[in-house]
Write a protein that binds this ligand. Structure first.
Ligand SMILES: *[C@@H]1O[C@H](CO)[C@@H](O)[C@H](O)[C@H]1NC(C)=O
Ligand SMILES: *[C@@H]1O[C@H](CO)[C@@H](O)[C@H](O)[C@H]1NC(C)=O
Ligand SMILES: *[C@@H]1O[C@H](CO)[C@@H](O)[C@H](O)[C@H]1NC(C)=O
Ligand SMILES: *[C@@H]1O[C@H](CO)[C@@H](O)[C@H](O)[C@H]1NC(C)=O
Ligand SMILES: *[C@@H]1O[C@H](CO)[C@@H](O)[C@H](O)[C@H]1NC(C)=O
Length: 943
């Protein structure tokens, strides 16, 4: 009877069934036997032990438990398809779900046997490793839902689906199908949902599709479809969703879409559509995305007025003319950036749009002034009017936008002063007023913007001095004040500046003040083109992360103190003398222009990155910021007090660890910065040798002062206890923790190989190791994402937060931040979106929420690192952008030392590259989930 194999495991499970009388089962003898056979046909045991098959996990019976109607084997790690024909013996079966397994083929016995089951309504084969052509479905007269998405199926589709006369929903997305779109999908034409996205279908959208009058959803995105949309698409009168994004479609947007009164969502972005935006297109829509096309003409006057309309994106087209004046009160997001729109921003149009949250009109030709009415859009979180011809003064009403996170008005012709009530924008993270004609002094109120991370005021006509209390911008990481007319005393600077501090081309005079030395995280300090005089203060050399010090064209004199060799000092046009090594000098050929271009790119990236007020904390503790040299010298003689332990707890059950961990030794270790092994965005790792000789990592949480009020200590402990119980060989779990007066420390096993970043970018890793690391990280992430009720996300997934147990076994680290920096436990309004530059998905800039899809993007960047051997960001250029710029010749990005070892390795790398590129898709929806990513990576093995 069995095609199944009698492995020792299935033999054991058979014994089990022999000893258990099936007294509880109401199933017919026939079905009980079939189910028992089914349970034996798996190569690996499934949790099916109860005498009554109706009680088995994934098995559904009818109301009276007398017949089996559903079998779900989703995520059972099945790789042999031999059980499938057995399942077809259940003639009462209605639903069969075998998604999320490792099946690579469907046996013929399945299509012939299951095709006979009259009542079978649903088949789900998604997220497996199915290869080859689509099987032919003979019979299956009652099948309503067929899901074959996320497999490796290929070839053209001919008559395979013709027999599915009851089919209502077909999903073939994320495969490698090619040729023309299937047009005969069962003859009764009851199809309602058709999802064929992410394949290689080409040619025209067939006219036959229009005869499926019951279609409510069509998703054809990311294929190679060409020619124009059938002009009578309006015949599909029940259509609610139509997604045609990322194809090669041309021609005009057909006006017949207006006839579809049910159409609520229409996306045709990233094609080559031309002609106008049809008037009335939004009459019934809630969401319209036609961005990145070649649409021209003017925007229809009625485009924004329909009352149900919520989202409109027409950015990156050739649209001209003026903005519509009537705007729907429910509009939430409007993007018109990068067109040729001109005229004024209508003064009343937006005033009544209470729900407007994102308004982007940047890179157009708008003129006139910024209407005061915008101040009544109280929900605005993002206002981007940059790169237009806007003039006049900034309306003080902008101060009413209490929810504003990002304000970008740069590259306009704004004049007048910066209004003092800008200080009311308490949630502002990015403020960019650069390259305008703003005059007057910088209002001191600006220093009360306590969430501000990026402040750009360069290239204006600002005068007076820098506000005295600018250092109260405690999370500011970049301050650009260059090319103004500022003068006077330079006050104490914001303590966490990191990216750049630019005071160049102003009127500052007198000696450079002491105090910059405490900016230990600052990378670029630009004081050039001022009238600074005298000697350099000696504390400049204390800026431990400095890479560029620009002093040119000042009246400075004396000797340049000895900087570390990473620092480039530009002292052209001064009387400074360099007595130290040659490599500190900026070569005369390195032009200032080169620097500012890099900086501009960096600014753009960082602007997207630092959306919530989490700045990088520095390695040294807060107190030591001001006197780093003192702390260093005292550590040896143990005068620095150890952090005071408020609470300490062991989490691990391991007796070995419990006897080895010594909390007071741990606190001694963290007072000495020499013990720092690694810094990640949110954490600093120390290496501790316990008195027993065992070595541990101690991780200091750099944000804990913000989220750890005393009353939450208990919660903190509880969360960590949960994490300590996680059991996956690719996830780093905590062993113990210490809460101290100022922060929290978590202890982990010591990982001698350190982080993936250090290993990958510091030595040669062969492809076998890199591939194994990719699989391991994917396994860890898919485990963490797999907690159905509350998936565990990573706030900062990067190659620095992956530890290497061995050169083939990675551990996903820094998993606790998502649990600990929970908005409900912190004072932030949004879940904190931050993380390392290069790894952040583009949508975080707008959504401000950490998501699984966001983690998938970061994982894609890690894959690209493994493939290219390049760091996530070089000279301000993100690895993803660099890789995408080579999309036509992908072989050129592969790490040459690795890919030339063999043709087989090269092929595998190219296959992994495909996976990486899906992961870094711009649209979060286009990214597969981690389970699927893992499957795809495992598939690569068989290339
Ligand atoms: C039991 O199964 C056999 C073959 O699978 C079928 O011929 C027979 O009619 C079934 N009996 C009942 C009572 O369903
Ligand atoms: C569309 O659906 C309706 C209601 O379910 C049904 O009566 C009709 O026959 C369907 N149309 C076609 C062409 O099958
Ligand atoms: C769009 O069309 C133009 C010319 O009509 C062509 O140069 C361009 O490559 C096309 N773009 C895409 C993405 O097909
Ligand atoms: C604004 O948004 C809220 C919350 O989503 C919604 O309940 C309300 O109906 C919206 N207002 C309008 C005018 O659409
Ligand atoms: C700002 O510019 C406008 C012209 O665009 C001019 O009329 C006005 O006087 C200027 N205001 C200031 C304060 O310079």
């Amino acid at each position: 009877m069995g095609r199944y194999e009698y492995t020792p495991i299935s033999f054991l499970s058979m014994l089990f069934f022999c000893f258990c009388p099936m007294v509880l089962s109401l199933l017919s003898q026939n079905q009980t036997e079939t189910m028992t056979n089914l349970s034996r046909s798996f190569l690996f045991p499934v949790p099916w032990n109860d005498p009554n098959p109706c009680a088995w996990k994934g098995v559904t019976c009818d109301n009276t438990d007398s017949s089996v109607v559903g079998i779900s084997l989703s995520g059972f790690s099945l790789s042999s398809p031999d059980f499938l024909p057995v399942a077809c013996k259940i003639e009462t079966l209605e639903h069969l779900d075998v998604s999320n397994n490792r099946l690579s083929s469907i046996p013929d016995g399945f299509t012939t046997e299951c095709g006979k089951i009259k009542g079978l309504k649903l088949l789900n084969f998604s997220s497996n490793m199915l290869e080859g052509d689509l099987p032919t479905f003979n019979g299956f007269n009652g099948l309503e839902t067929l899901d074959m998405s996320f497999n490796q199926l290929r070839g053209r589709i001919g008559s395979e689906l013709d027999g599915l006369v009851s089919l209502k929903s077909l999903n073939l997305s994320f495969n490698n199908f090619m040729g023309s779109l299937p047009a005969k999908l069962g003859k009764s034409m009851v199809l309602e949902w058709l999802v064929l996205s992410n394949n290689h279908f080409d040619g025209k959208i067939p006219d036959e599709l229009l005869s499926y009058e019951n279609l409510t959803g069509i998703d054809l995105k990311t294929n190679e479809l060409s020619q124009s949309i059938p002009s009578n698409i309006g015949m599909l009168s029940k259509l609610e969703t139509l997604i045609l994004s990322s194809n090669k479609l041309i021609g005009e947007i057909p006006a017949s879409l207006l006839d579809i009164t049910n159409l609520s969502s229409f996306a045709a972005n990233q094609n080559n559509f031309t002609g106008p935006v049809p008037p009335g297109i939004t009459k019934y829509l809630t969401s319209l995305d036609l961005s990145f096309n070649q649409l021209s003409g003017t925007i229809p006057e009625d485009l924004l007025s329909p009352s149900q309309l919520q989202v409109v994106d027409l950015s990156n087209n050739q649209l001209s003319g003026s903005l519509p004046t009537r705007v729907s009160p429910s509009l939430c997001r409007l993007r018109f950036g990068s067109n040729h729109l001109s005229g004024n921003i209508p003064s009343d149009g937006f005033a009544i749009v209470q729900n407007l949250t994102y308004l982007e009109l940047d890179d157009n030709e708008l003129n006139g002034s910024i209407p005061a009415g915008l101040g009544s859009c109280r929900n605005l979180a993002l206002l981007n009017l940059a790169q237009n011809y806007l003039s006049g003064e900034l309306p003080p009403q902008l101060g009413d936008l209490g929810n504003l996170h990002v304000l970008q008005l740069q590259l306009n012709k704004l004049n007048g002063t910066i209004p003092t009530n800008i200080g009311q924008l308490k949630k502002l993270i990015t403020l960019n007023l650069s390259s305008n004609f703003l005059s007057g002094s910088i209002p001191s109120e600006i220093t009360s913007l306590s969430s501000l991370t990026l402040l750009y005021l360069q290239s204006n006509k600002l005068n007076g001095s820098i506000p005295t209390h600018i250092s109260s911008l405690t999370v500011l990481v970049e301050l650009q004040l260059g090319q103004n007319q500022l003068s006077g005393v330079i006050p104490k600077m914001p303590p966490k500046l990191q990216v750049a501090l630019n005071l160049s081309s102003n009127h500052f005079s007198g000696p450079i003040p002491r105090g910059f030395g405490s900016l230990a995280g600052l990378e670029i300090l630009d004081l050039s083109n001022n009238i600074f005089s005298g000697q350099l203060p000696d504390d400049l050399t204390a800026m431990s992360d400095l890479t560029q010090l620009l002093l040119s064209n000042n009246q400075l004199s004396g000797e340049i103190p000895k900087f570390s060799q990473n620092v480039q000092v530009d002292y052209r046009g001064t009387n400074l003398r360099n007595t130290t090594a040659e490599h500190n000098q900026l070569p005369n050929t390195a032009s200032k222009k080169g620097i500012s271009v890099n900086l501009a790119i960096l600014i753009a990236i960082v602007a997207a990155s630092f959306l919530v007020g989490i700045a990088i904390q520095l390695v040294v503790s807060k107190k030591s910021h001001h006197h780093p040299e003192v702390v260093q010298s005292l550590v040896g003689s143990r005068i620095v007090p150890y952090p005071k332990i408020i609470e300490s707890n062991l989490l691990t059950p391991s007796v070995l660890h419990r006897s080895s961990i010594d909390f007071s030794k741990a606190m001694e270790v963290v007072t000495d910065t020499l013990n720092v092994t690694l810094k990640t965005w949110f954490s600093t790792y120390y290496t501790a040798i316990m008195p027993s000789g065992s070595i541990y990592f101690i991780k200091k949480l750099n944000y804990s002062d913000k989220i750890l009020p005393v009353e939450s200590h208990e919660k903190f402990g509880k969360e960590l206890e949960v994490l300590a119980k996680l059991n996956n060989s690719n996830v780093m779990t905590p062993l113990a923790y210490v809460l101290s007066t100022d922060t929290a420390y978590i202890l982990y096993e010591f990982i001698s190989n350190g982080s993936l970043f250090d290993v990958l970018h510091g030595s040669m890793l062969d492809w076998a190791s890199r591939y194994s690391i990719a699989i391991g990280v994917a396994q860890g992430l898919s485990y963490l994402h797999g907690f159905v009720s509350s998936p565990m996300l990573l706030l900062d997934l990067s190659s620095k937060s992956i530890m290497l147990k061995s050169l083939k076994e990675p551990l996903v680290g820094d998993i606790e931040h998502y649990k600990l920096i929970d908005p409900s436990k912190s004072t932030w309004d949004f879940s904190p979106v931050a993380g390392s530059v290069g790894y952040l998905p583009p949508e975080y800039a707008y959504t401000m929420t950490v998501t699984m899809a966001g983690n998938v993007y970061s994982f894609g960047v890690i894959l690209l690192e493994l493939l290219t051997g390049e760091p996530p960001e070089t000279d301000g250029i993100e690895l993803v952008k660099w890789v995408l710029s080579y999309s036509r010749n992908p072989q050129h990005i592969l790490d040459i030392n690795v890919c030339r070892t063999s043709q087989e390795v090269r092929n595998q790398m190219l296959a992994v590259l495909k996976v990486a590129l899906v992961c870094v898709s711009t649209s979060p929806k286009a990214r597969p989930d981690m389970d699927s990513v893992l499957q795809m990576l495992l598939n690569v093995n068989e290339v």
